[in-house]
Ligand binder design. Sequence first.
Ligand code: WT7
Length: 671
Amino acid sequence: MDVAAQEVVLVTDTPPESHEPGLENLLTEDRRFPPTPEFADQANAQRGLYAWANADRPSFWAEQARELLSWEKPFEEVLDWSKAPFVRWFADGTLNAAYNAVDRHVEAGIGDRVALHFEGEDGTGRSLTYADLQREVSKAANAFTALGVGTGDRVAIYLPLIPEAVITMLACARIGAPHSVVFGGFSAEALSTRINDAQAKLVVTADGGYRRGSASALKPAVDEALTKGTPSVEHVLVVQRTGQDVAWNDELDVWWSDVVDTASDQHTPVAVEAEHPLFILYTSGTTGKPKGIFHTTGGYLTQAAYTHRNVFDLKPETDVYWCTADIGWITGHTYVVYGPLINGATQVIYEGTPDTPHRGRWWEIIEKYKVSILYTAPTAIRTCMKWGEEIPGKFDLSSLRVLGSVGEPINPEAWMWYRRVIGGDRTPIVDTWWQTETGGIMISPLPGVTETKPGSAQVPLPGIAADVVDDDAQSVPNGSGGYLVLTEPWPAMLRGIWGDPDRYVDTYWSRFRGLYFAGDGAKKDADGDIWLLGRVDDVMNVSGHRLSTTEIESALVSHPWVAEAAVVGAADETTGQAVVAFVILRGDAGGGDQDADAVQTELRNHVAKEIGPIAKPRQILVVAELPKTRSGKIMRRLLRDVAENRQVGDATTLADSSVMDLIAQGLSAPG
Ligand code: WT7
């Protein structure tokens, strides 16, 4: 298929550099942090890795695949890019992900190493060794099989961050059943769409989980999702976490304790082909319909293990690693489940929020388990900055030796605070750029090798090829900005959008011929290092989570009060971006009689119900008109100016140029 022939408009009216505040600050950032000789000497990654990878990229990855994974049948084929942009890596090899993550460590004699230190929000917790994990995963695999799940069948997972979440993912992998984890903060509506798109046969959930000090229910959302019609679902498997009451359907529902705890702990993992789907994970795109990004086994696991080992300098015998992500996101897949476990790491997983029961909870956990590698998001760092450095100051954080950041651009001040207050002015920071689609880290400094720059992800990893290009797909010179693209296939790249190959080609491969377009704006500095500048499409990034403007707009217009809606991501000090909605109310449907507060509350709750609490707009502004071009396209750039309290920019291409005045007047009017 000729990818360039596919016409699609991905870039909105926003040029890549115009809407991110602070760009000028970024480009004058001149602080530098070279690695210490002590760190450099002991680092897993050495400078030679770049030359090795550059010499022959596919063979470099093949060596990583052989070294880091155990194959049931070794592969001969390495990379097949003949049907680009559809890729195959290591295609004639077979392996099992759960065997690689668990069993082989037990066979190698490290079964009594702790795999997971689970810290519940309520203070209870337990530690599972690799041998424990092998038994638990085997039991779950046997139970899933008994419930009729076979190789290739899909399993939806809607669980809090408890050990059963990790066990369930690995049990699916063990029988070759692709999992589709749906973040517990998504609504019943979102869950049912995802269950149906993947045609899941089994749903694994819990009665509830602990959130901000109380038990919060999960199963009712599954029950509601099923009432919307989910014909593929044969069973709902329920973990008892909180002990709260649940409604029960004898035909569908089964308790984990009845079928998993009683199952045999002996199970032979199913070896699958390297290109067998490992999981589907839904993410927001520029349209209303979430995309089921799917990843396969051999290439994904290779890059997960390689990046986890080199970017975090993991020493599995001595490190205690903690990634604060939920398993509902790609970070939780690659850097809580697959990367660390494949590498035999000891890690912490924490169920709750950073401020329960007090704002020092994270630092207390680091002190308690002597965490040495911490991987978290800029939004969390900025929140802790706001709470004040006296809080982390009360805890012993001296065990930390590497700090990671992911999810959104990290502003230099947050980077400096992270390094000074959390890292004791000592630890390297790795700012890691990647996406659900890339499967693993793509652009990041290597600790011990790279001289770091606060705010920049800097360089593609050895084995990865990226560039910044202009509108005509030409590489921009150092000192210039443009669009971030990936120029060579990589092992963990998405294999497509579940059930929709054309959309895969359209979304990622049509903007620039032969290049993967990531959707981010970026700039090369004088040294050629890459600085990420945020999304250039209709995708927002709120607290490191991707939300689609279109998806929230359609949720808003599904409410009877709303005639039209436009959503923008406005700069927010803590969350990076925040959702701001502009709505036109329908005079005839009751909305017009409500005061502004009632409209806000009603519509915010409606969005939470349709998509999930994470998508709730920070602000909803009622307006009489929306700014549109002559072709009817909403000019979000102008609305963003309003939402960010800026002088409204050039409005000459509006069909009706008085609209912005109307909006401004309406907003300043009392009431
Ligand atoms: C988008 C991907 C990758 C796991 C978490 C988010 C933004 C991610 C960085 C970073 C600047 C970043 C990009 C990207 N992003 N990491 N280090 N610096 N921006 O995964 O939900 O798939 O979102 O997050 O805009 O496209 P995701």
